[in-house]
Each structure stands twice: as structure tokens, then as C-alpha cells.
Write a protein that binds this ligand. Sequence first.
Ligand SMILES: *[C@@H]1O[C@H](CO)[C@@H](O)[C@H](O)[C@H]1NC(C)=O
Ligand SMILES: *[C@@H]1O[C@H](CO)[C@@H](O)[C@H](O)[C@H]1NC(C)=O
Ligand SMILES: *[C@@H]1O[C@H](CO)[C@@H](O)[C@H](O)[C@H]1NC(C)=O
Ligand SMILES: *[C@@H]1O[C@H](CO)[C@@H](O)[C@H](O)[C@H]1NC(C)=O
Ligand SMILES: *[C@@H]1O[C@H](CO)[C@@H](O)[C@H](O)[C@H]1NC(C)=O
Length: 407
Amino acid sequence: MTALHFFLFTLFTVSVHAHNITEILNQFPEYSVFNSYLSQTKLADEINSRETITVLALPNGAMSAVVDKHPLSVIKNVLSLHVLLDYFDGTKLHKISDGTTTSTTLYQTTGNAHGNVGSVNITDLKGGKVGFGSAIPNSPLASTYTKSVKQIQYNISVLEVSAPIIAPGILTAPAPSGDFNITGALEKAGCKTFASLLVKSGVLKTYQTAIEKGLTIFAPNDEAFKGAKVPDLSQLSSADVVSLLQYHAIPSYTPIGTLKTKKDPISTLATNGASKYDLKASTEGDQVTLDTGVDSSRIASTVIDSTPFCIFTVDSVLLPEELYGKSPSPAPGPAPETSPTPAPAPAPEANSPTPMMSPPAPPTSSPADSPTADSENSTAKKKNAGNVNTPALLKALLTVSVSMPNM
Ligand SMILES: *[C@@H]1O[C@H](CO)[C@@H](O)[C@H](O)[C@H]1NC(C)=O
Ligand SMILES: *[C@@H]1O[C@H](CO)[C@@H](O)[C@H](O)[C@H]1NC(C)=O
Ligand SMILES: *[C@@H]1O[C@H](CO)[C@@H](O)[C@H](O)[C@H]1NC(C)=O
Ligand SMILES: *[C@@H]1O[C@H](CO)[C@@H](O)[C@H](O)[C@H]1NC(C)=O
Ligand SMILES: *[C@@H]1O[C@H](CO)[C@@H](O)[C@H](O)[C@H]1NC(C)=O
């Protein structure tokens, strides 16, 4: 290793592991409840991935008002209001110009916050106290600064505050459940084609069932289904389309800050004993990119992040190696002609959902129907099953949704 390499390596390592909020708070049992919820909600990953941040820690007594009676999604929203995207230590708090300011918080970055619901008001009160409240006008400054806990200069500051900062409406937001309207949210976010594919293939049901145990969806936007790079889904069997759509979700709550910490390949809903169907995440600054081994796609936006469920939009369809090999071929070459005696092709609705109802499907339970058990080699598989089982419906659907941008 040359000196330069060593230098770069050290620099990289230091900046990636600049701080670990869990470790910092582990030294203070009086914040153990707060600390535990930072981990459960994955806010700890988000905090660790940022610089210039202030954490307003709540003592255990003050946490009961937040954690009693509220779902994890609400607790996460409240706690994310306690992470300021700016550096304040005790001295700076008392030197705020004009005695009052607002600061953006992590809540503002979740896609749930509208207007300045995601900001807090910090005001230097009379008698040397500093008050915190929601930045929504006329909100009470009900929380006060009590003491400094820990500073790593200009990177992270941990301060203790007396009471939770509550923004209007934040406690009553419904938790996502099996009834959450996934297609409605996807359509609003500009992912109509993907939403229709989920419905037609039956994979929507798999997603819906998985929500409560944790689910993260990577939804290609409508642009991703247009243009030269679009994979020809009509070349896939209906079982492969199911795998492809399941490949666009992972069976755990993995918000952006957590994706940034993932170094190892990530399993998806399509993963089972026989096939990996995994992807890797890489981070550059704030940008997270997913790499399938065939192609990569940028995470473009957060549609919803509500523990234990989140949806992101991505710029292109994720192409698993299992279906597309090393080189993506948008327009696959000489495919076998339609079989002279076509086996009665099962309708996608009738066929696909059954083996998929439980995401981690047992590897060998239904070899005939399993999208992956028949062959690990996509070339061979296409020869066997490719065009014979082409779901005509799916082809038609794609044509319709692509040609009707405003349906
Ligand atoms: C603060 O963060 C920067 C950038 O990540 C890092 O280089 C520096 O070492 C950190 N400072 C401390 C005191 O850890
Ligand atoms: C942070 O510290 C906790 C507790 O020591 C540890 O479990 C966790 O793996 C650390 N996180 C990182 C990113 O190093
Ligand atoms: C913060 O709240 C106080 C009290 O409601 C208000 O007077 C002040 O203008 C607010 N500060 C900012 C920067 O909005
Ligand atoms: C979900 O939302 C879409 C679009 O807003 C709507 O058409 C559909 O009826 C909704 N589904 C349910 C089950 O509410
Ligand atoms: C898959 O099968 C084809 C044709 O038999 C062969 O050329 C190719 O190398 C195989 N690929 C893998 C990954 O085994």
C-alpha cells in the first residue's frame, strides 16, 4: 500500500465513521429509552451518516409521553424532529442573533412533512433559558435546553432537552398497515406503469402482506419504462415477471440512512434458497445508487417513509442478474418462435400469486411454479419458457400505460 493509498484509506475510514450516536448515548443510561428508539426506528443510521448535526436527547422520564400509546411510525416522526441539521452547542444556543431562529430537522427530509412542520423554533428566553418548539407559528416553546451531553466539534452535538417537541398533527398520523393504498401512492408519485404491473401480476398482494413486518419498495418511475433501456417484459414468463417485481422490494424497513450503511448484498422479496436476486447499495454524498450486477439505478425520491414501511422512486427498472445475465439486452435476439402446440398459458392472476403469498418462500416447495427453481440459467430458461408463457395481458398492459401518460 502506497503512502497515498494509506492516506486516502484513512481519510475515507475516518469520515465514514465520524460518529456513532448509539455508542455516544450508551455511556448515559438516563437516555437509554431514547437511544433504544433511535436504533429501532433506524434514525441512528441516519444520524451517523450525517455531519453537522445536533441531537436533542430526551431523558427516560420524558420519553414516556412519546412512546406510550403511539406506533413506531409516530415515534420516529417525533424523534426525527429532535435531530437538527445544524450544529448547536450550549454557547451557540445562547448567541442566536435576535434571540430566535428556526432549524431544519431530519423530519423535513422524510417526505412526510409539509410546509415548515419539519423545522423547530429555537428561542433564547428570558432568564437564560433556551426554548424549543415547532416552527409552525404560535406553537408553544414547551421544551427547554437543560444541559450539554457530548460534543464532537462541528460534527455532532448532543444536548438534553426537558420535554418532547411536538409539531401539530404529528401524533395523530395513521400508521401504515395492510390497508395502505400502495398503488394510490405510486400513481401520485409518477409510477403508474409499475403500479399497474403490480396489480396485474398479483405481486401487489405480496407487498401488502409484507408491510407490517417491514417493507421497502423501489418503484421505477414511468420514464423508466420508456426509451431505449427498457427491458422487454413481454419476453419474460409470468413467473419471471413476478420475480422481477418482487426484486423491486426488500422485506425489511430500510430507510435511506440505513441503505447508506449497507455494504453487503441486500436480499429482496424475490430471493429464495435457489436464487440470490440481491442488489447492492452505494453512496456518494447524499446520492444512493442500487447496483443489480447488470445495471445500476439512482434512488430519485422518497414517496413515503413511515416505519416499518418505505417507498422510493428509482430512475430505471432494476434488472436482476438471474433474468438478464451480465449484459442487459433490451431487445433480446432470436427468440424461439411461438410453439406450434402452445401449452395453455396460465393467466398471470391465476398462477403467480399463489407461490408468492409468503415472501421468504420455501426453496423447493413448488418446483414447477417457482420462478427460480426450474433453472438458474436465464438463457436456458428463456429457451424453455420464454415466449410460450408470454402473458399477452401484460404486453397489452404495458402498451396501454406507456401510450397513455395521463391516465
Ligand atoms: C468531523 O468530520 C470530519 C468529516 O467527516 C472528519 O474528517 C473529522 O475527523 C471529524 N472530527 C472529529 C473530531 O471526529
Ligand atoms: C455503533 O455502535 C453500536 C454499539 O456499540 C454498534 O452496535 C453499531 O454496530 C455501531 N454502528 C456502526 C455503524 O459502527
Ligand atoms: C419562535 O416562536 C416565538 C414564540 O411563538 C416567536 O415570537 C418567534 O418569532 C419564533 N421565531 C421564529 C424565527 O419564527
Ligand atoms: C387506491 O388509490 C387509487 C388511486 O387514488 C384508487 O383508484 C383506488 O381505488 C384506491 N384503492 C383503495 C383500495 O382504496
Ligand atoms: C447458460 O446457458 C447458456 C447456453 O447453454 C450458456 O452459453 C451460458 O454460459 C450459461 N450461463 C451460465 C451463467 O451458466
